[in-house]
Design a protein around this ligand. Structure first.
Ligand SMILES: [Ca+2]
Ligand SMILES: [Ca+2]
Ligand SMILES: [Ca+2]
Length: 181
């Protein structure tokens, strides 16, 4: 009887281990090739807006909510090499510029590429549901290419399986007590 319970506890522990997320790096790439072009007169162009989303829930390595301890976002954004300037606001989740930022050049060719580490608010949003929302709004004309999100994860055991493991332990304690009386 006792041995059987012990077996089930060991099995539950093994299950908890196999289903927990292990420390590592998840790389999520959104493949895109979008030319953002604002319209309107040169001195008063309209703001053009482009949205996309990183989804960690459809990846080969599954993402466990709450396991992201740091993340880095890299966007292949580049100019079409015209003389005119361009300006972009990169918004990551909330409209603050700590995780997001600015990109562009007043005249000439803007330097290609944009990269930043996610700050607390965006990291919390990513941990909540495995989605990261990005919005790029800008004036001028430029290309928004692939976006790469690199997420460093920590070990997080599945709560449900931990509960199962706890239940097994409780059963073991109960069985021991029963045997002692
Ligand atoms: Ca994905
Ligand atoms: Ca330019
Ligand atoms: Ca341009």
């Amino acid at each position: 009887m006792k041995r059987n319970i012990l077996k089930s506890v060991v099995a539950a522990a093994a299950l908890a281990f196999s289903a927990s997320s292990f420390a590592g790096v998840i790389t999520d790439v959104v493949e895109q090739d979008f030319f953002l072009q604002s319209t309107g007169p040169f001195f008063n162009p309209t703001l053009a807006v482009y949205d996309y989303q990183h989804n960690l829930n459809d990846n080969p390595i599954p993402f466990t909510f709450g396991s992201a301890i740091s993340a880095n976002l890299s966007i292949n954004i580049y100019d079409d090499d015209d003389f005119f300037g361009e300006a972009a606001i990169i918004q990551v989740e909330a409209l603050d510029l700590d995780s997001g930022g600015l990109w562009g050049a007043i005249v000439g060719i803007a330097a290609p590429g944009w990269v930043n580490d996610l700050q607390v608010e965006a990291l919390v949003a990513l941990n909540a549901d495995g989605f990261l929302d990005v919005e790029i709004s800008g004036v001028g004309g430029f290309t928004i290419g692939n976006s790469t999100l690199r997420v460093t994860t920590a070990d997080v055991p599945e709560p449900a399986l931990l509960a199962l493991f706890g239940l097994g332990l409780a059963g073991l304690v109960f069985a021991r007590r029963k045997q002692n009386t």
